[in-house]
Design a protein around this ligand. Structure first.
Ligand code: TXA
Ligand code: MG
Length: 331
């Protein structure tokens, strides 16, 4: 029988214990302010290979490498002016930058690309783990490939618990959505690759120029067809069906094994299979609760989940991006 993974409260002693696991080449579940990650030594090929194996992720999908500070990142990447501007404004925080890598980052971390995705996270537990280590941590979201992302330690425990030694419990992920990804490889054309908690408008405001939006483009090539860019991703076991808004959802007929998720708590009659992402429709709160509620309904064995789409502005774009990926059903 496989050893069951330990969920550890984030005491100094437990953070030390996880640092030792990582130094010995193991992978560990860690909290971040976006979603939970599955971390391993980003400079050692064997550790990175373990991340791919545990997640069941194809090797063509590059990973994000996490550093305690922007200056630690600069040891492994080629800096540009825009990198400095964005790093100063948004790090530590939920933004990932794609830049040219130095040879110290192994090819397996970047799926053979000459670029690498880097992030300085703000979660205090992840920060104190990074500060103890002499190497950066590669970490994708800590879910089995294609499943809903984890925002609580127990999500990691349930889905990957038999494959890893430990998960550090840092509470509910604040944002509940993976980081915003900006590609800075072409200095003249900063490009949005994935919507996230920091909006395109905020990035444009910081850079003082337009950002190209490639989030829906098929031009995001196969070599970097990363999970966030693949058509189906973030899918629960139940089939997900999207409707335009809460009022559309209210018109749906109710059936036993179907759950309905509203953006805000309905004011009128509430059915036992009605759920809501927030009390008042606040987009930050919807993002914060979204993945956790979908996983809870999966555990309740609903076979179908109808969900109301968010207004398509601000972080509503990131919310709808994740919901539409969960909703696509492949033949
Ligand atoms: O918030 C987050 O970003 C979380 C936490 C753990 O930091 N991580 C995360 O990782 O979402 P993952 O592996 O689920 O998504 C990695 C994304 C991919 O969708 C891919 O598009 C992009 O990073 N990526 C990584 N390396 C890249 C590269 N060299 N060029 C283009 N995109 C890259
Ligand atoms: Mg992911």
């Amino acid at each position: 029988m496989p050893a069951i993974c330990k969920t550890l409260e984030p005491s100094e002693q437990n953070i030390d214990f996880c640092a030792d696991l990582l130094r010995s080449g193991k992978v560990v579940g860690i909290p971040t302010e976006t979603v939970y990650g599955l971390a391993g030594n980003a400079l050692v090929e064997e550790s990175i290979r373990k991340i791919f194996t545990v997640k069941g992720r194809p090797l063509i999908d590059p990973l994000i490498v996490h550093f305690p500070t922007p200056s630690a990142a600069l040891e492994h990447i080629e800096a540009t002016e825009k990198f400095e501007e964005l790093a100063t404004r948004f790090w530590p925080g939920p933004m990932t930058l794609v830049v040219s890598k130095k040879p110290s980052i192994p090819d397996i971390a970047t799926a053979g690309l000459s670029s690498v995705a880097v992030r300085v996270p703000s979660h205090p537990v992840f920060q104190s783990l990074l500060e103890r280590l002499a190497f950066p941590l590669a970490a994708p979201s800590a879910n089995p490939f294609g499943y809903v992302s984890p925002t609580q330690a127990k999500h990691v425990q349930i889905t990957l618990g038999e494959r890893i030694s430990a998960v550090l419990d840092g509470g509910n992920s604040k944002h509940g959505l993976e980081s915003t990804i900006i590609d800075l490889r072409d200095p003249k054309v900063p490009t949005l690759l994935r919507h996230g908690p920091i909006t395109k408008r905020e990035i444009q405001h910081c850079l003082g120029r337009k950002v190209t939006d490639l989030t829906k483009s098929s031009k995001v090539g196969r070599a970097q067809t990363a999970p966030g860019m693949m058509t189906q991703h973030y899918s629960p076991n139940a089939s997900v069906h999207l409707v335009e808004d809460d009022s559309e959802l209210a018109k749906r007929s109710k059936t036993q094994r179907t759950a309905n998720i509203y953006l805000r708590k309905p004011v009128t009659t509430i059915d036992q299979h009605d759920y809501w992402f927030s009390e008042d429709g606040d987009l930050q709160m919807i993002a914060h609760n979204m993945f956790a509620l979908i996983q809870r309904l999966d555990q309740l064995n609903y076979t179908r989940i109808n969900i109301a789409k968010a207004p398509h502005s601000g972080i509503g774009k990131a919310i709808n991006d994740r919901l539409s990926r969960a909703a696509i059903e492949l033949l």
